[in-house]
Design a protein around this ligand. Structure first.
Ligand code: SF4
Ligand code: SF4
Length: 300
């Protein structure tokens, strides 16, 4: 059983309780305008180029057999579509400007990294977090990884947009200790406009998990000028109030990390009108939710 992994980060403290290892999988069916991991969207591995590292030496152009690179004294153009991921240019680049996002790994390879920090998990109530991309996109791999981790008595969390097959959520639920479930946008039309997909399936899966009694942290990215409205805050409150097994609401204020990453993979950034809110503004949102009556709230 192999999956395409784009990163494994140890000692994470923001992806669920305690100290955790977060496994980031490639592939996401959503297209959120503000995506902060754009390198995870495509399921397949892809070439990455960091322009500011490039010294225009032309080594990549010399070794590439597919005419992907065009290096002149004026700059470095890349035709990403032609790349077959042979890695020759990555190895040849003296400035570490090139790399490949995504690597095929099997479950045991991933677990051998995760298991290294078992003592830290046990002492901090931490564990494994499977993230993405969309963790449910590579369902068979995610399921096998979660099951194997549970067998080794590791706490397992999944970070998900909720967009996946309902039967998959149903099947994996017994092996997941905690769902970090996104609540991105209120209203279907706006949801489709900002994320590229309808809310219907996400709501269905959220309801399924709530019905099954899964433990859920509702994660709410707040993107000023896009999804922020009184109606949105009100619906976050109503949802959390209605369900005891939503144990916490986490507010995730917009940050612009994705902006520099899209350039590395040859894409453009879509959330140009978003801005990073001042601390005071974020506190204001949290205060509003508390005034509505929401107590189980924190920063993600
Ligand atoms: S990975 Fe291979 S095909 Fe892709 S740009 Fe580099 S040398 Fe060319
Ligand atoms: S080999 Fe690296 S530093 Fe040289 S031109 Fe290519 S990307 Fe730039």
């Amino acid at each position: 059983m192999k999956g395409t992994v784009f990163d494994i980060q140890r000692f994470c403290i923001n992806d669920g309780p305690g100290i955790r290892t977060t496994v980031f999988l490639k592939g996401c069916p959503l297209d959120c305008l503000w995506c902060h991991n754009p390198e995870s969207k495509k399921l397949k591995p892809q070439l990455s180029f960091i322009k500011k590292h490039c010294i225009l030496c032309g080594r990549c152009q010399e070794v590439c057999e597919y005419d992907v690179h065009e290096v002149t004294e004026k700059g470095h153009k890349i035709d990403y579509e032609k790349c077959v991921l042979c890695e020759k240019c990555v190895e040849a680049c003296p400035a570490k400007a090139l790399s490949i996002y995504g690597k095929e790994m099997n479950v045991e390879e991933v677990l051998s990294i995760v298991i290294k920090d078992k003592n830290y998990y046990d002492n901090s109530n931490g564990g494994l977090t499977i993230s993405g991309g969309e963790a449910m996109s590579q369902f068979d791999f995610t399921f096998a990884l979660a099951k194997s981790a549970k067998k080794r008595e590791i706490h397992v969390t999944i970070e998900t947009s909720g967009f996946g097959k309902s039967e998959d959520f149903d099947k994996i639920e017994p092996y997941i200790d905690l769902f970090l479930f996104d609540y991105k946008v209120t209203g279907n039309e706006l949801h489709r406009k900002l994320t590229g997909v309808d809310r219907g399936l996400i709501d269905k899966n959220l309801n399924l998990l709530l019905y099954k009694g899964a433990k859920i942290i509702l994660r709410c990215p707040i993107i000023p000028n896009y999804n922020l409205s009184h109606e949105h805050l009100e619906s976050i409150y109503q949802l959390a109030k209605a369900h005891e097994n939503i144990v916490m609401v986490e507010i995730l204020p917009y940050h612009n990390l994705g902006e520099s990453k899209v350039e590395q993979i040859g894409d453009g950034y879509a959330a140009s009108e978003a801005y990073m809110p001042e601390e005071q503004e974020v506190e204001g949102w949290i205060k509003k939710l508390k005034e509505m009556g929401l107590q189980k709230i924190g920063r993600g």
